[in-house]
Design a protein around this ligand. Structure first.
Ligand SMILES: *Cc1c(COP(=O)(O)O)cnc(C)c1O
Length: 355
């Protein structure tokens, strides 16, 4: 190894789901929304002119911050925005987790948390979910440098109650608790309602799933003004212009159209419930999902083998070769038509296996 190489910051990166380029595949592997963003987003995109790109965007991202503040009944000083919630979460880890004590998150959760912890040199301790993939609240009552919970959790889809979140906040005064609500719009109670009561609570959300804008990269953090100020100090020390002009304009259009948003959510939740019923009939078992995906296992079929068979049929789902979940598949809820193709395939597959 050459001298310079010994001084490289070596990291094992997070591995996102595949983005296969081909036409005609059914893509249920990265929890994207099958429906387009609000019509106003398309309109604003058409009306955008390249000469607008000559100037730097507003570093404070004011139009988007104000739209989000209005949507959540908060003040603009309570809203931070970033380049997807991955950027927001990374910034929050960097800003708040400097005590030298281990931060806590579940053993089965979003697999970016441990990657950021290692990147930033933050010690961490994973807490085992119970056999139903639920959090054991008592695990979060011990000396720690911060807590991160995805609610609903990924890749399980299991939601923690607002009472559970409140209990953990009450047991951890003086500790920053981050609730990653990437999937909250599909079901479950948002911790945004607790913000006025807890100065140590940071709620993180994204436009990637419920708002159909994964390609635009918009995320936000909501919390009391002091937390948001510290986040902005770090952001301005890193990159003043994280949010580009299209993101600001198109993000506002999405937030403005509450009716379209609710209608899209309603459709996905209806499809999810129908898919749960059908999967149950085929013998699949799964925790009760409150998100836009289901996390399924079958008593007589190997997940890895089914994953390969689905891929062969050009249906992409997500498989995690990890302890405790290596016999599960995470399947994103697509359109009804896409889910029918999936269900038809599974019916034949299960029948043939059980012959
Ligand atoms: C998808 C996801 C994110 C990141 O989403 P962005 O596209 O970066 O906004 C964060 N947390 C969880 C749990 C997710 O599933």
């Amino acid at each position: 190894m050459s001298a310079w190489e010994q001084n490289v910051r070596k990291v094992v990166p997070y591995v996102p789901g595949e983005q296969p380029g081909q036409e005609g595949i059914i893509k249920l592997n990265t929890n994207e929304n099958p429906y387009p963003p609000a019509p106003g987003v398309a309109r604003a995109l058409r009306e955008m002119e390249s000469k607008q790109l000559r100037l730097y965007p507003d570093p404070a991202a004011s139009v988007l911050v104000e739209a989000l503040a209005g949507r959540y009944g908060l003040r603009p000083e309570q809203v931070f925005v970033g380049v997807g919630s991955d950027d927001v979460l990374a910034m929050a880890f960097l800003t708040f987790f400097n005590s030298g004590k281990p931060i806590l998150f579940p053993d089965i959760t979003y697999s970016f948390y441990d990657v950021w912890a290692k990147l930033f040199g933050i010690p961490y301790a994973c807490q085992m979910l119970d056999e139903n993939f639920c959090i054991r609240r008592e695990d979060y009552v011990r000396e720690n440098g911060g807590i991160v919970l995805a609610n609903p959790n990924a890749p399980t889809g299991v939601a923690e109650s607002i009472e559970g979140i409140r209990w953990i906040l009450d047991k951890n005064p003086g500790i920053i608790v981050i609730i990653d609500e990437a999937y909250i719009d599909f079901g479950g109670d948002s911790a945004v309602s607790l913000i006025p009561e807890y100065e140590n609570l940071l709620v993180v959300q994204t436009f990637s799933k419920s708002r159909s804008m994964a390609g635009m990269r918009i995320g936000c953090a909501l919390g009391q003004p002091k937390l948001i100020k510290y986040l902005n100090d770090v952001k301005y020390s890193f990159n003043s212009y994280t949010m580009d002009l299209p993101a600001l304009k198109l993000g506002v259009e999405s937030v403005k159209d509450e009716e379209y948003f609710q209608e899209t959510l309603r459709r996905i939740v209806a499809t999810r419930e129908r898919v749960k019923t059908e999967l149950g009939k085929l013998g699949f078992v799964f925790p009760d999902s409150r998100s836009n995906f289901v996390f399924v296992s079958h008593p007589r079929i190997q997940a890895r083998e089914l994953f390969e068979a689905l891929k062969e049929r050009r249906i992409y789902v997500r498989y995690f070769p990890k302890p405790r979940i290596d016999n599960y598949l995470r399947i994103t809820i697509g359109t009804d038509e896409e889910m029918d193709v999936l269900l038809d395939f599974l019916k034949k597959y299960v029948r043939q296996k059980e012959r």
